[in-house]
Design a protein around this ligand. Sequence first.
Ligand code: G3P
Ligand code: MG
Length: 250
Amino acid sequence: MINPNKSLMLGVIGHRGAAGHAPENTLASLAKAAELGVRWVEFDVMLTADKAVVLFHDDKLDRITLTPGTLDETPLAVLRTLDAGAWFDAAFAGEKVPTLEEAVETLARLDLGANVEIKPSPGRETETGKAVGEALLSLWPGKLPSPVISSFEAAALAAARDAAPALDRALNVFKIPRNWKKQLQQLDCSALHCREGELTAAKARAVLDAGYCLRAFTVNDRARAKTLFGWGVEAVFSDFPDRLMYDPVP
Ligand code: G3P
Ligand code: MG
């Protein structure tokens, strides 16, 4: 049961869908996140060899599809023959690597907002950012809250900005760089997404005082989430959103 007084629900974003419960970046993972009650999910997007935007995290295919090769060199039709669920659990065998279009249809059906993280293959930063910005502009359903585009790659964010200037952007960082404010300004970002272990109360304060929104990844511990929210972090990305949203079973 959600305890409305103690729930951390509003600030919890399902990471790669709900990656602790279902194979990451699949439609099943998005559905699991919705079933758990989250309102927003994050997922990673990349370009196939033939420029299809698909949900995938790694340059290499092997971890998720148990197949050699790279996403970058694989056309969509071949990618679709691979299994993206069995690696996680036999119960998910048959899950496919979804296209962004399929994911957006699923989000609309489940009424989920999304942070779309651009994860370009090396050398395809600009091409991927442009493709993702254009695709979101043409696919995004008006009934959903506007998506947030994020990336660790400044070139991808710059291309997404040029293609879809009206969409919110966030810069992802593992470590807050010295010139973080300048980067956020140049990319016209509204938020910084930071690895949770990098944050301190003072670093969070500096980001907030500069007028930016702060979100932290990846947080699977309820006490840590509470600390981060106490520092002004707006939302955390979690593989197990239920751990943060619901009171622990006594
Ligand atoms: O977007 C937040 C988080 O997903 C960034 O790290 O490697 O899980 O995509 P990663
Ligand atoms: Mg991600």
